[in-house]
Write a protein that binds this ligand. Structure first.
Ligand code: GTP
Length: 212
């Protein structure tokens, strides 16, 4: 397993994001482009799982993003499944020139439902948008699938870097928003509990001071 990191000593949050999708759709290439702005020309199938780190600044917060690149090959599914539940965000990738990779998103969605946390933030990624002359999956099909599952949707290219940093930024921002909403809810709930306790205490004081 290799690790590459931007030099970072301090950050506000650590988020774990996972890339999944069929073998060859371009997950490793997307990650290489995002992390080090390089293109991965050859398809060297990922063995098991790999991860890379990048620090993003979103809404004034420094976020350390740990991105897990999972192998698309069937034989690694049992191994990669355990990483799903640790992820707060998932990028589900297909290749616009490969219809099978689009159809197989149904299997990946099942894998996500079975293994990830219930409130995981997801985005559907249609990669290889630069080779639209070989396109087999329309933008409308991608958008519709994303809508059906309540996911965001973007067409990207690891080759030209189109929408690549946007994909990671939007997903990270969604995780951040969700986390802050959860935090706000917890604050309101604990405030309600304190109020309840206060009114219970004042009721019992009144009762105990009653002379009758
Ligand atoms: P596994 O590790 O087997 O799961 O594959 P992967 O999804 O990580 O695919 P990988 O990134 O290795 O890319 C497979 C092939 O597609 C490589 O030859 C890449 O150069 C090519 N590729 C990836 N992304 C793009 C893209 O956006 N445009 C074009 N034209 N080629 C791409």
């Amino acid at each position: 397993m290799s690790v590459s990191a931007t030099v970072s000593t301090s950050y506000d949050y650590l988020f774990k994001v996972l890339l999944c999708g069929d073998s060859g759709v371009g997950k490793t290439s997307m990650l290489c482009r995002f992390i080090s702005d390089e293109m991965n020309d050859a398809h060297i199938a990922t063995v098991g799982i790999d991860f890379k780190i990048k620090v993003l600044e979103i809404k004034g917060k420094k976020i350390k993003l740990q991105v897990w690149d999972t192998a698309g090959q069937e034989r690694f599914k049992a191994l990669t499944a355990q990483y799903y539940r640790k992820a707060q965000g998932i990028l589900l990738v297909y290749d616009i020139t490969n219809e099978k990779s689009f159809e197989n998103t149904a299997n990946w969605l099942r894998m996500i439902q079975e293994n990830a946390i219930s409130d995981v933030k997801m985005m559907l990624i249609a990669n290889k948008a630069d080779i639209s002359k070989n396109r087999k999956v329309t933008t409308h099909q991608g958008k519709q699938l994303a809508k059906d599952y309540g996911m965001d949707f973007l067409e990207t290219s690891a080759l030209t870097a189109e929408n690549l940093s946007e994909a990671f930024s939007i997903l990270t921002e969604n995780i951040l928003k969700h986390m802050q909403n959860q935090f706000d809810k917890e604050v309101v709930n604990s405030q309600l509990s304190i109020n309840k306790l206060d009114s219970y205490e004042s009721d019992s004081k009144q009762e105990s001071s009653c002379s009758c």
